[in-house]
Design a binder for this molecule. Sequence first.
Ligand SMILES: [Zn+2]
Ligand SMILES: [Zn+2]
Length: 402
Amino acid sequence: MNEKIKEELFANIERNAPDLISMADMICDNPEVGLEEYKASGWLSAYLADRGFSVETGIGGLETAFKGTRSFCGGVSLGLLCEYDALEGIGHGCGHHIQGPAVCGCAAALADVMGAFADLHPFTVIVYGTPAEETVGGKVTMLGNGCFRDIDVAIMTHASSSGTSVDNRTLAMSSYIVRFQGIGSHAAIAPEKGRSALDAFLLAASGVEFMREHVPPDVRMHYTITGDTGPVNVVHESASAKFTLRSYSRETLDGVKNRFEKIIRGASLMTGADCAVQEVVSYDDAVPVDSLAGLLMENARFVGAPDIRPPRERTGSTDFGNVSRLIPGACLRVASDGEGHVPGHSREAAALGKSDENHDAIIVAAKVISAACCDLIMSPPKMEEIKKEFEEKRRGQVNADG
Ligand SMILES: [Zn+2]
Ligand SMILES: [Zn+2]
């Protein structure tokens, strides 16, 4: 479908490939953690402004968020989302440096090539730069501040160490910061005067371990103690920890959250250390829209994307899940590490950030998404099918979650 136009889109992306790749390399060489992505958001929004997009920065309540818009007589509004935050102490170990260049290359090609058909096939392309996916979930803040209401679909891409595919589910997730405050004392001379915050943490962690047997198999629970609790010869006055809970169902997760909060209060009661529990991140499980995911994969095959595979059995959590509850969304995962598979979120993955495979993934992703957008622009019934499926799925999922 629309093969000739797609070939024009691909040629446009190929012409821009050196610029897109050097932009990704710059982002890779200048890793910035969530909410500090000033350079990356600056380079990406400048690229769009140079190509005629009207760019707004600091949108949605976040300084490093941006939006670039180009409208050709209104029409279907195609949302292309990108992340560009790095991992603390690791760099770009999650491949977020390739997302922005890929969607910018795609957006520029759509404007250059598809603009000629706008009389009969009007469209708008909007690139949203979304900060801090790895930490606080910038998309959640942006959603809360009114972003994404102006797009009909939300499409993303992500680097992949498990082939080219589209996930059909993601884990809902809630992350907490827990602080225990006890009473410090000398561990040998006056332990009876102390109330240990560290004991409270250990009991809370034990409580989570005992709960682990009695939750559905898709539930994931992890925790770590943060900061220095103090030397061995004191009763520990304070302790801070992070806990993360996940499930493929928000409904299940809400039940686990309830029990988790009781465990924390129980640990506090048992030790006499006060507790403060703060939910700092809340990601929803994604609403899968098979018709949109299928369109991406159909075009991945047309482009000849590397190592095409079925959806993954095991997936993580993302703030894109929250966006996918508002509008139909899909994320194309593009094979980006060739034969040398390395785990995500690792220094090894970050070291491969400028590899040929990562460079190719930028171009493949730009081509696949531009081709899928071409189909959406040229074929209104396809867009209707996607919206209909989304409404049905969302109704089912949101009702199940109460
Ligand atoms: Zn990540
Ligand atoms: Zn990621």
